[in-house]
Each structure stands twice: as structure tokens, then as C-alpha cells.
Design a protein around this ligand. Structure first.
Ligand SMILES: [Mn+2]
Length: 175
């Protein structure tokens, strides 16, 4: 499984899907830990995400970049490629549609500048098309958390191995 390490003047990040293995999420940003734990649990994938750095907004973006690259690395074998999920969380209702076919595109937004940017950075680095649609909701925490749950479920579906390649071209474009 792909292991991504990323070191800059601002942050040091390690992300991998250890299969089999245990999740280990320690990013020093409590809400980011909460969202990464949510994503891994709803994807049913063990996830390691360790990060240290200077500012929360650098850590949030750089974890998204590293996770995106780790997901891109998982596309080297045939996978189901697509995921779709609608998740309710109290007042919030969020729909996610994901394609890991190599076309980087993000359409949101979700009502948090930082975590909307997380979604864009993830999609760009994963070579993923990701549409998030907030159908309704008033609590921003619930909307953002429902979006991570929905993305997690989509990732679990899209990364499932299959025998043949899900493309009429016979291959998916790598980023
Ligand atoms: Mn929560």
C-alpha cells in the first residue's frame, strides 16, 4: 500500500493505508483528527495520518495533499472507481459523488473555508472528480462532518478491487 511522506518548511506528514493494520491519526489539530478518523471509519480502511507543523491551515491542506497522493497510488490496480452516498446527520444532509478515474475536479462548496479547501486539495491530488452537495443543514459542524462521512463511504466503494478496469479506454489516466 502506498506510503506518502511530505516534508516542507511548514509541515511533516506521513499518510498510508496499512492493510492489514490499525488506524493511527495524530495531526495535532483536534477537528482534523476528528474528520480523518471519521473518513477512515466510514471508508472501512485503516488509515495512518501523522502530521506536525506550524499552523493549522498548513496542516489541514498538507494532510489533504498527502491523502490525495496516497489514494492516487491505490489506483494502480483495477478498482471500482466510483462512489456515491447521501448522509444525514441531524439537520444536515450531504450528497457526495466520487470518481477516482484520474480527472481532477472539485465542485462544492461546504460551509467551511478550511475544509472546503481540504476537499479541493484532496481531489486535485487524488486525480478525483468530487462533487459535494449540501442538500440542507444549519449546523456547520454537522454539514462538514456529514461531508467527510459521505466521502469516506465513497472512498470505501471506489477503492474496492475489481478484476477488470472500469473504463471504455481500457485504462485510467494517471495524474
Ligand atoms: Mn463531530
Amino acid at each position: 500500500m502506498t506510503r506518502i511522506t511530505r516534508e516542507t518548511n511548514e509541515t511533516e506528514i506521513v499518510v498510508e493505508f496499512p492493510a492489514p493494520g490499525l488506524s493511527q491519526i495524530e495531526t495535532t489539530v483536534p477537528f482534523l483528527d476528528h474528520m480523518m478518523t471519521t473518513l477512515a471509519r466510514y471508508a472501512a480502511l485503516p488509515l495512518v495520518a501523522r502530521a506536525r507543523g506550524d499552523l493549522p491551515h498548513h496542516l489541514i491542506e498538507d494532510v489533504a495533499i498527502a491523502l490525495g497522493k496516497a489514494v492516487a497510488g491505490e489506483r494502480e490496480r483495477p478498482i471500482e472507481r466510483f462512489g456515491h452516498q447521501v448522509i444525514p446527520m441531524d439537520d444536515a444532509l450531504v450528497e457526495a459523488a466520487l470518481d477516482l478515474g484520474g480527472r481532477a475536479y472539485y465542485r462544492g462548496p461546504i460551509p467551511s473555508k478550511l475544509y472546503d479547501h481540504w476537499m479541493r486539495s484532496f481531489a486535485e491530488n487524488a486525480g478525483a472528480t468530487l462533487h459535494l452537495r449540501v442538500i440542507r443543514g444549519s449546523d456547520r459542524h454537522h454539514i462538514v462532518e456529514a461531508a467527510f462521512k459521505a466521502l469516506g463511504r465513497c472512498l470505501g466503494q471506489a477503492l474496492r478491487p475489481r478484476e477488470d478496469t472500469m473504463s471504455t479506454k481500457g485504462s485510467v489516466r494517471l495524474v
